[in-house]
Design a binder for this molecule. Structure first.
Ligand code: ATP
Ligand code: MG
Length: 292
């Protein structure tokens, strides 16, 4: 079961910004919350565009450290769910909590600062910039030094800038892109551009990473590399991951649980084995094949 995607919406929001300027901290600590409390919780969330119910009464939760798949045919509402979690859309109904705090309707930069990062369905890199600069952009917005010290390149600014450069280089090493630091982002092979986009999301130090179709447009070898890469960064950075993906092999291979949407509603939730044979899931995907 491999499904292709239709053209993207132009309304996808801007890239995230960094949450902190501290030295790169190494693996994040396990959550201080009780393990029983979900890291992310959506309760009865809906999103209506004009007359269209893109997402209808969806509830879902992720525990710290889980890797959960969010799947469904084209137009099922998956990206809209991401846009509500990241604050780019305010749900028409329902509530969202992250790490025990309600985040419904908060501005995207506040949600990024709380520890949620994302990548986009269509890659968003600054194509004219180098690989290193792309990661630095995610850091730069939070430079603590004042505008004056930046304008006159006073020592405080230069020190901070240098610390960020080092952090960004360390992150590039972690993701295996250090050899490309000075290459133009657009010159990277497609699979590495995807990896750079993930690195940029990691620069904001998330606890929760939302990946929107990271394997889209990849060949089987790139997809295999990406699958291993997601597993590695998950361990290394102590991440909880929500993954939208049409490549069923990838989804079934790495997700512990899967949540299935169709026409904005939840039609199934469960283990990869349960989802693979779920009659409503099979029906939804067969319906899509017929429409195609
Ligand atoms: N900003 C918007 N304005 C109007 N309609 C929208 C908007 N964003 C999404 N939609 C509509 O909401 C529905 C769900 O879209 P969404 O992008 O969330 O689906 P998806 O599951 O991510 O699909 P795909 O697999 O194609 O990426 C679609 O009918 C889409 O056209
Ligand atoms: Mg989508």
């Amino acid at each position: 079961m491999h499904l292709t995607s239709k053209p993207r919406h132009s309304s996808e929001p801007a890239v995230p910004v960094a949450a902190s300027t501290d030295p790169w901290p190494g693996p994040l600590q396990a959550s201080a919350e009780a393990p029983a409390q979900p890291l992310l919780k959506l309760e009865g969330v809906s999103m209506t565009f004009g007359g269209l119910r893109a997402v209808n009464d969806v509830s879902l939760s992720l525990r710290q450290g889980e890797l959960v798949g969010l799947i469904g045919p084209n137009g099922a509402g998956k990206t809209t769910v991401f846009n509500m979690i990241t604050g780019h859309y305010k749900p028409t109904r329902g509530r969202i909590w992250f790490a025990g705090q309600e985040i419904t309707g908060l501005a995207p930069n506040r949600i990024t600062a709380l520890g949620i990062a994302r990548t986009f369905q269509n890659i968003r890199l600054f194509k004219g910039m180098t690989v290193l600069e792309n990661v630095l952009v995610a850091h730069h917005v939070r430079l603590q030094a004042s505008l004056w010290s930046a304008l006159f390149r006073l020592p405080a600014y230069t020190r901070e800038e240098e610390a960020m450069r080092q952090q960004a280089m360390e992150l590039l090493r972690e993701v295996g892109l250090e050899g490309f630091a000075d290459a133009e982002a657009s010159s990277l092979p497609y699979g590495l551009q995807r990896r750079l986009e993930i690195a940029r999301a990691l620069a904001t130090r998330p606890r929760l990473l939302l990946l929107d179709e990271p394997a889209a447009g990849m060949n089987p070898e790139e997809t295999r590399d990406l699958t291993a890469f997601i597993g590695r960064i998950r361990e290394r950075f102590g991440l909880t991951i929500l993954l939208i993906e049409h490549d069923m092999k990838l989804v079934m291979g790495i997700c512990e649980r899967i949540h299935v949407l169709d026409h904005g509603v939840t039609i199934a939730e469960g283990s990869p084995e349960a989802i693979r044979t779920h009659p409503r899931v099979i029906e939804a995907y067969l319906g899509e094949d017929e429409e195609a």
